[in-house]
Design a protein around this ligand. Sequence first.
Ligand SMILES: [Zn+2]
Length: 172
Amino acid sequence: MDLKAIKARDWRARCLICGAHFGYADGFECPSQPGHHTVEMKTYYHLGAGHIQSVRDRRGFKVALNLKADREVRDKITGEITGISGLIVHTKESGIYETSDPEEQYYLDFHSSVMTGEEGKVEWDKMYLTPQQQLEKAQAKLADTQRQVREQNALLLETKARANKEKNALPV
Ligand SMILES: [Zn+2]
């Protein structure tokens, strides 16, 4: 079994509606609502806009992802052929797709063209932000860190000052 197959076998999610923990083999149908379970919303980043030279133009990049092919299934007893429709999702502009549908997440989690989480966001920035925008973002992040450090220092000084005051107030 390859790594991808092992990961697919171990894939688990939790429904926010009925509370069930489930995997692919359990199916995606929810007992508490029509259709699929509802899981925590997840954002996927499609990183296939690299062929577009201008970074600004990449913002218009949209793509349809074919997650599951259409299939025909023959019933073993009746011989009746039923079509099972596939699953196609369309990203928003700049290759972003958000979903709380577990079946979509299942296929997207193993899709080679998309990434998710913090790692995906970092790659998305590289693909869809101009160097100037990336710089501004880094500077904003740095300013935020510096502000937090200043606040912590101020708090520390305040605590020290209070401790000194209490010490000096002690009767000798
Ligand atoms: Zn459910």
